[in-house]
Design a protein around this ligand. Structure first.
Ligand SMILES: Cc1cc2nc3c(=O)[nH]c(=O)nc-3n(C[C@H](O)[C@H](O)[C@H](O)COP(=O)(O)OP(=O)(O)OC[C@H]3O[C@@H](n4cnc5c(N)ncnc54)[C@H](O)[C@@H]3O)c2cc1C
Length: 477
């Protein structure tokens, strides 16, 4: 299959979940595949880390339901991981309310119907629509509408709309800018498809894909940075590592940040000027300021062991405009992930591990140097009241700024989920997996899959898609 002069059939830049899934399918099909990863472990954002017996992780993996495409991928590749589901999926604390979202659709509908009896019929209609739509039926109708416009079709009650806006806020952009298509996918995968987690945590999850990749004959080079993607006469032919070593391949797949791929890794003479300026105009998703806490107190049971708890003051919170418009950091929603609430092995005995996340624009390092301590203190003050612990219970404390997220994944400005899911950026053609350079593909959360949303499931989906494109192109040749 491989040309005589190429060392590999395929080289994948990056061992994020998109790169790993893609690598598994290609290696399984008998191709000689190399994954090159700059970090010393696989997973990209889909990782965990340990400090003094506490395991910390940032996000979750949603929509692992039977029959979902992500579950299909896990089954097709025979990945050795147990998937568990817990209810409730989410608890949201507002200044005067507590919102509890379970995992069964009837439960969710009943919950909103009891609170908003006048919107009874619309609530049923809205959630059944989210449950049953097919992408083909909503893509053109909603990609150029906002979430606000979608809600106009269903609801009049402002309080109900505020709650739905708040539930949407974890998408990382304010409801008035979010594409309705992105919102629909988010509600399907996160609200109706939430509550799942891979046993052992996110690192174990990514490692399970890497193990399978190696079983299929794939090779992984860790702690190795790719400096350049080599293009000859419009065709990708390999990579250059940061130590100058060149490795050739018939296909190159970038799981790295798309901006890095086109602006830094490829010589600009190989990309059309208009494509490059289009890419440079796209808006990446926001980044995250994270406070990791190891707490010497058991508190999960008080929250029904729900591993996702938000503390919110304002459902109009706009992370793109925060600070720029002078609004206060202390008003920002805190998204708290507590892996030890659901799984005691993620923290020492009688302790909890939690991560507090606030969405933010990236900002320069100097900004964070001056604000890091103040923001950490503000967040702990607020969340300790909500979660009922005191500052003296904290025995491990660490923070991550957008530059930290960038250092570990090279995502531009520490962007947390590819492109921002806002109007004008969700077309399938915004960032397709097949690039204008022959034999160069993208896999991961920067690829616009047509679902409008990004994240772990979509990164995995794009990984599988790219493997299919390559395998099909080989069959044809
Ligand atoms: C705080 C936080 C919370 C989140 N919560 C959720 C959630 O609840 N649900 C959800 O679905 N998603 C969530 N996400 C987003 C999700 O984790 C990502 O969208 C997804 O993991 C991205 O996977 P990926 O394969 O596209 O790439 P990445 O995870 O970005 O991995 C890319 C890999 O490429 C490597 N790389 C880059 N450049 C090079 C180079 N030049 N040479 C070698 N290697 C390179 C990087 O080191 C990295 O390992 C969250 C993200 C964050 C930060």
């Amino acid at each position: 299959m491989r040309k005589l002069e190429s060392q590999y059939d395929v080289i994948i830049v990056g061992a994020g979940i998109g790169g790993l899934v893609c690598g598994c399918y290609l290696a399984k099909a008998g191709m000689k595949v190399l994954i090159v990863e700059q970090h010393d472990k696989v997973g990209g954002y889909c990782t965990s880390f340990n400090r003094e017996g506490f395991t910390f992780e940032a996000g979750a993996v949603e929509d692992l339901s039977e029959g979902s495409f992500f579950r299909e991928i896990i089954e097709e590749l025979n990945i050795n991981i147990n998937i568990t589901r817990l209810s409730p999926n989410l608890l949201i604390y507002t200044p005067n309310d507590k919102i509890r979202l379970g995992i069964m659709i009837d439960e969710i509908i009943n919950y909103f119907q009891e609170r908003f009896p006048k919107e009874r019929a619309s609530t049923e209609k809205f959630f059944r629509f989210i449950e049953k739509y097919s992408i083909a039926s909503v893509y053109y109708k909603y990609k150029d509408k906002t979430f606000d416009q979608l809600l106009d079709e269903y609801f009049r009650d402002e309080d109900l709309r505020k709650i739905l806006n708040m539930v949407l806020s974890q998408i990382g952009a304010v409801h008035s800018r979010v594409s309705a298509l992105s919102a629909i996918t988010y509600f399907r995968s996160f609200v109706l498809g939430g509550g799942y987690y891979p046993e052992g945590g996110l690192q174990r999850f990514s490692e399970a894909f890497a193990t399978k990749f190696k079983e299929f004959g794939g090779e992984v080079k860790l702690s190795t940075s790719v400096r350049k993607i080599v293009v000859n006469r419009g065709k990708a032919t390999g990579i250059v590592l940061s130590n100058g070593e060149e490795i050739s391949a018939d296909f190159v797949i970038s799981n790295a940040d798309a901006m890095q791929t086109f602006v830094k890794l490829i010589d600009h003479k190989n990309i059309r000027k208009d494509s490059l300026s289009l890419i440079e105009k796209l808006v990446p998703s926001v980044s995250v300021f994270i406070v990791y806490l190891g707490i010497k107190k058991k508190i999960g049971e008080k929250f029904e062991n729900c591993h996702e708890i938000w503390d919110t003051k304002n459902c109009d919170d706009d992370p793109f405009n925060r600070f720029a418009s002078g609004s206060n950091f202390n008003e920002a929603t805190i998204y708290c992930y507590a892996p030890s609430f659901r799984d005691a092995s993620m923290a020492p005995l009688n302790c909890e591990s939690i991560s507090l996340c606030v969405f933010t624009p990236s900002f320069e390092r100097t900004f964070w140097e001056s604000k890091r301590e103040v923001f950490t203190k503000m967040m702990i003050e607020r969340i300790s009241k909500t979660l009922s612990f005191s500052e003296t219970d904290i025995i491990v404390k660490e923070t991550a700024i957008p530059q930290t997220l960038h250092r570990y994944t090279l995502n531009i400005g520490g962007a947390f989920k590819g492109w921002a899911p806002i109007l004008g950026q969700v077309d399938i053609s915004t960032m397709p997996a097949k690039t204008e350079i022959e034999n160069l593909f993208l896999a991961g959360h920067w690829v616009t899959t047509g679902a409008g949303e990004s994240g772990v499931p979509q990164a995995a989906y794009s990984g599988r898609k790219v493997s299919q494109l390559i395998l099909r192109s080989i069959k044809k040749a």
